[in-house]
Ligand binder design. Sequence first.
Ligand code: SAM
Ligand code: SF4
Ligand code: SF4
Length: 340
Amino acid sequence: MGRGPTNQYYKSINDSYIEGTLTCLKPEVIKQDINIDFPLVLNIEPTNACNLNCTCCPRQKTVSYQGVHYLPIKTFKQIIDEASEYSQLVMLNLHKDGEPLLNNDLSEMIAYAKKKNIAKTIHLNTNGTLLGTIAGKKLLESGIDDITISIDAAYPETYWKLKGSRDFDSLNKSIESFIEYRDRIGFKTTIRVKIMEFALVSSSEIKAFYDKWNGIADQVQVTGVHDWSGEISDLSITDETSSVRYPCALLWYMLAINSNGKVSICNVDWDYSGVVGNLYEKKLHDIWNDLPIQNIRKAHLDSKWNYVPVCDLCVVWVSVGDLKSFFQSRPEFVYPNAEQ
Ligand SMILES: C[S@@+](CC[C@H](N)C(=O)[O-])C[C@H]1O[C@@H](n2cnc3c(N)ncnc32)[C@H](O)[C@@H]1O
Ligand code: SF4
Ligand code: SF4
């Protein structure tokens, strides 16, 4: 998610984002643009189904509690219609806990959002396994702006250990063909490949990954890893850290919509302890201004990190930096409703 110790291979996903992160807006953008009408960044999960079972990811536990869901296209369009009543989003991300390409309506969703000019950038993370299929072609035809492919390895053995799949070589070939197809047809989509700094990924593997993909993909991204708030126990965190904790800025600019309609504070909320409303019961604008999220913002301003369990051991808040005094100067995000 955030920046790890590798201080190279960093690029911004768009100019509103902190370099080296796919999640964190620049403080000056936050200060200028946050508002109580609507979040600046919306994450929508097309499905929480997945065709891999990565050791670094708690998705299986999520579905054991929440079931597997596919967001209906009708619901997606309602979300976009509501978002279009407000300022353009800085980012629309189409992923959370599953593999987005498993929703057959994904390309229609993106085309709809694109037609409405809903966001500066429409982006998704994918494990890449379906990019060589018709779903990959349709994804490019949808007009999507930016794709991050989580390859996560340069060697088949690492891929096997992290992702539980032996299809590493065919994955790489189909991603190369996907990029060639993009170039042949002339689609404008930015294609980024990503590897994460897990302990079993050596610096020479990161270099090998960079050497393989530099010049093929548009960007090669290396990100730090987090442990999903303590859930993945045998993992060394390499995301940025800080000895001083401060309120998580994401609470002031982001919402994440799960495929079952529950609305979470962010994409880290794999256990749904950060659910602040339900799309089928309330408008997103109202959820953005309702007590559950106001109370969580207030808890962060009061350093009550365990008010929401998923926030307690999270590290993803670090990369934006300390904006506490700025947030204190914007009481409309908290008062008059928040619990004291
Ligand atoms: C949960 S996945 C969903 C999208 C898609 N299935 C994929 O793997 O790209 C979203 C992002 O989380 C990343 N991710 C998974 N486990 C992680 C961890 N422990 N630390 C940091 N990022 C992680 C994945 O690499 C991916 O970029
Ligand atoms: S990281 Fe992505 S591909 Fe891997 S299990 Fe999680 S959702 Fe699936
Ligand atoms: S601190 Fe809470 S709101 Fe912020 S990224 Fe972590 S889980 Fe999400």
